[in-house]
Ligand binder design. Structure first.
Ligand SMILES: [Zn+2]
Length: 883
């Protein structure tokens, strides 16, 4: 089947559905290659749809239609029109009617992993965004809300566990035990993208949760047999998330059961289907031996994220897919707040800002830039982006910053109150905050509509005689595709002024006003803020807590930056000062290397870093973040044009080595002091100690001396947990040689039987900056443990190479680009969604120096010319190549 030519969808074309489906009864007979789906729909014309009655057009793809009945009367072919993507009934009754449709689908053949498919002999579904149409004909749009009753029938030997959304109504056996069935009912109306079904031989770990009103909810996490113990952390995270949402947002869980299923092949991280979350098993399974602290943290945050969707996404859903940020940005904000409360708020903020800058700022600066709420798309799967998620979360955070926590909570309460059970829009969301606070947010709404990262160009003047400090702020809004000119935005700028002693000077504006929480509202293109009673020339600490997703430029001397690094009362900004000091040192080194000069810079930065890290009163996790240099991708983004990734790599290596040598003794002390002999605990404090120890190890290793390498090998072989072992594995693989090969061989032997853990072995090799890496990665695509049909394997090997190995992906001969282009084309035939993701690695190609830019263009043009591209890949590649 060939899909119709994809056409762009526009926000301005939104119309309510012509029909409503109030009730869905599904009867699914599971079979590996021929699953029968009988659907009974209670349909009525939508009284809110304007104009004369329309034809009833249902979406459907890759379906075999067997039978269709209207009010029990079979329809013949002349009564409907069937295409590859739809089923249309021209004539329907004016009164409510029942439509019965029987279709067959082939789960085994479904490698796109949308709709109903099989992974490791488990039947599972993924319907967001438009997968339900691959299960049955339906109004596959988020504003079509219905209640579902689902009967699942299967062979009990193949699928002893049968799950769907909602509460279990009944179960039983048939045909003398050769078949069995379960009936699930979800009383909450939902769009079909939240439908889920699972059938398989899985093993649950169970627990209960008592909600704030005293109801008991049965919790279960289903995993492969033998892996039950590895789900304990996910269960613990779930219960903490449920409690947190009650305390922080007053949200209680609403069904009698909450189930999570972990599957091996999954396009996304996890999916928030009502009462039945389906997870990529990488984000459920964890034990000290198998998972790094980063994975433990990710599990905690993703389990919480999907749970929080129960209110922000499920109870209140999106009117259309343009409103995706309404559920995603908001829910990411909620999970970030949860992680900040469970761990360290400052460290969490640093991690979130790092992620935002690396992924979202890079997206904003390239051909794929789009607003938080896009206005047009061809393939909605391409809009599950850092902009919608991470920047979307920042927009919600800014609302909280501008209104204060209390009024923000009132706005959220009003939103839950007013829109429960509805499919809402961004306008309706923002209006709740206006109504709850009496604040006009008209200008603020531009955050949803204007793409690109605003830049705040700042300058501070000080008048000693008048004891006045004046801060000039200019908003520069860079052009992005389709948006050449932009209106000034409403930007919360949180700041402090540090006196010569490093303490905060109290902030008083010349109007007499004291900015609440030190936050100024920047609303004009150019603005000056005058502070009075400033006793001496202050050092500005701008964008505290990263109060807006913007770039700030201000001319600060090394001494100013050192003062901030040592004293800023805002710990986030102390880190930000260190990070920008590192960045400007790195950019300087790159410039010198480009001119062929020796680049012995960075001594001053290293010294300031040593002083900052020394402080024992700072928690280890925070000190670990101080010790991490900006990534090579971040340096490339800051340089912005004529980027030479090889020079950046060299600069990064040099500065790491210099820090390792300058702070050697201190780092060695930290390495020793942070060692722990006791039993492993995944809590934030213990993880912080491991992070600091591993950050010290990384910088010590950068000296590349014999003893350093010996320490590293020992760190690998003596590791008692995966955090230490994986860190050493990646460093050793980057080093290569005998030590690298030994560690890789050992890791392979230990974990070849575990499809989750072995991914680190693929990734460590793909990330190695050594010259032979591409050849090695190519060979690994033929490794028996690798499969192009398994998204986790593709991400670990091909994705890591493309997105996390700047120096080898950007080889000057273009072989890295060609390799990715080949695999994008191959993947596109199996799983377009994953193929389009891989292609995203080219998002910054226009910023490269001429030679590489030419090679990248060649690779992209080759993809664009290929026949039968999916709409997913087609949309991304054409945007990449648009002038
Ligand atoms: Zn989500």
């Amino acid at each position: 089947m060939k899909p119709e030519t994809p056409r762009p969808v526009h926000l301005k074309d939104y119309r309510p559905p012509g029909y409503l489906i109030d009730k869905v009864d599904l009867d699914v007979c599971l079979d590996a290659t021929r699953t029968r789906v009988r659907s009974r729909l209670a349909v009525r014309p939508n009284p809110d749809a304007s104009g004369r009655r329309q034809a009833l057009r249902l979406d459907g793809e890759h379906l075999e239609l067997d039978e269709i009945k209207l009010d029990r009367k079979p329809l013949s072919k002349k009564d409907y029109n069937l295409t590859d993507t739809s089923l249309t009934l021209a004539k329907t009754p004016a009164a409510p009617f029942t439509l019965e449709i029987v279709t067959f689908v082939n789960p085994e053949a479904n490698k796109a992993l949308q709709g109903l498919y099989r992974t490791n002999d488990v039947y599972c579904t993924q319907c967001e965004a438009e997968g339900f149409r691959r299960i049955t004909y339906f109004l596959d749009r988020p504003d079509a809300l219905a209640t579902y009753t689902v009967r699942i029938e299967a062979d009990p030997r193949e699928a002893p566990v049968l799950l769907s959304n909602g509460n279990l109504l009944e179960r039983g056996t048939l045909a003398g035990g050769k078949r069995h069935y379960a009936v699930w009912r979800d009383p909450f109306p939902k769009p079909c993208y939240l439908f889920a079904l699972v059938g398989g031989d899985l093993s649950p770990i169970a627990s209960t949760f008592r909600t704030m009103s005293g109801r008991t909810v049965d919790l279960a996490i289903y995993v492969e047999h033998g892996k039950e113990e590895r789900a304990a952390w996910a269960m613990d995270s779930l219960k903490r998330a449920m409690r947190w949402d009650e305390v922080r947002f007053g949200r209680e869980y609403d069904l009698d059961v909450f189930n999570i299923v972990a599957v091996s092949d999954f396009n996304m991280g996890a999916m928030e289907n009502k009462g039945l979350n389906v997870f990529n098993d990488r984000l459920i399974l964890a034990s000290p031996e198998t998972a790094t602290d980063t994975i433990f943290e990710a599990i905690e945050s993703v389990v919480a994220h999907e749970y929080f969707h129960n209110w922000t996404g499920n109870r209140i859903t999106c009117r259309d897919w343009f409103q995706l940020c309404l559920k995603e940005g908001l829910t990411v904000f909620r999970d970030q707040e949860f992680s900040g409360d469970e761990r360290s708020a400052t460290v969490q903020r640093i991690l979130d800002v790092r992620r935002l800058k690396t992924h979202q700022f890079a997206e904003d600066a390239g051909p794929l830039a789009h607003p938080v709420r896009p206005e047009t798309y061809i393939e909605i799967n391409n809009f599950y982006t850092p902009t919608v998620y991470e920047k979307g979360a920042e927009v919600v955070r800014m609302l909280q910053t501008l209104l204060g926590r209390e009024l923000f909570r009132s706005g959220m309460d009003l939103y839950f109150d007013r829109h429960d059970g509805e499919a809402a829009t961004v306008e309706e969301f923002v209006r709740c905050f206006e109504d709850a606070s009496g604040t006009d947010l008209t200008q603020f709404r531009l955050w949803y509509a204007q793409a690109g990262t605003p830049e705040l160009v700042c300058a501070l003047r000080y008048d000693k005689a008048k004891k006045r400090a004046e801060l000039d702020v200019e908003q520069v809004l860079p052009a992005t595709p389709g948006q050449a000119h932009k209106k000034p935005m409403h930007i919360p700028l949180k700041l402090g002024l540090l006196g010569a002693n490093g303490h905060d000077v109290s902030l008083k504006l010349d109007s007499g006003e004291e900015p609440a929480d030190g936050t100024l509202s920047v609303t004009k293109r150019k603005q000056t803020f005058r502070f009075v009673d400033v006793p001496s020339r202050p050092v500005p600490s701008l964008l505290r807590d990263f109060s807006a997703p913007v770039n700030v430029t201000i001319d600060l001397s090394d001494r100013d930056v050192e003062l901030l690094m040592a004293n800023d009362s805002d710990l986030f900004n102390r880190w930000q000062a260190a990070n920008s000091f590192a960045m400007r040192t790195l950019v300087e080194i790159v410039g010198l290397l480009a001119k062929g000069k020796s680049a012995s810079r960075g001594a001053r930065y290293a010294k300031a870093l040593g002083a900052a890290v020394l402080s024992d009163e700072l928690e280890p996790a925070y000190r670990a973040e101080l010790l991490k240099l900006p990534t090579q991708a971040d340096i490339a983004r800051v340089i912005g044009k004529n980027v030479d990734p090889a020079l950046i790599h060299r600069a990064h290596k040099r500065l790491s080595g210099l820090i390792g040598r300058t702070l050697g003794a201190q780092l060695a002390d930290l390495y020793a002091a942070m060692a722990e002999d006791g039993p492993f605990s995944p809590d934030a404090t213990s993880a912080g100690r491991r992070a600091l120890r591993n950050a010290a190890l990384t910088l010590l290793t950068a000296r590349a001396s014999g003893p350093d390498l010996a320490r590293l090998s020992k760190h690998y072989f003596k590791a008692s947990n995966m955090t230490d072992r994986a860190q050493a594995l990646f460093l050793l693989a980057a080093h290569g040689g005998k030590a690298g090969e030994q560690a890789l061989a050992d890791f392979h032997d230990r974990w070849k039987g575990d499809h989750v853990v072995i991914d680190a072995w693929f990734a460590a090799q793909a990330q190695s900056p050594l010259a032979g890496t591409l050849k090695r990665v190519e060979a690994l695509t033929h490794h028996p443990l690798f499969a192009l049909t398994a998204p986790n394997k593709v991400r670990a090997l091909i994705g890591t190479f493309a997105a996390a190995n700047p120096v080898q992906f950007n080889r000057p001969d273009g072989a890295g680009y060609a390799f990715i282009a080949n695999h994008v084309l191959e993947l596109d035939r199996l799983n377009p969604q994953i193929a389009a993701r891989m292609l995203g690695a080219f998002r910054s190609w226009r910023a490269l120096e001429t030679g590489r830019r030419g090679q990248a263009r060649k690779a992209l043009q080759r993809v664009a010319r290929a026949k039968n591209l999916s709409s997913d890949v087609q949309e991304i590649v054409s945007k990449m190549l648009e002038a």
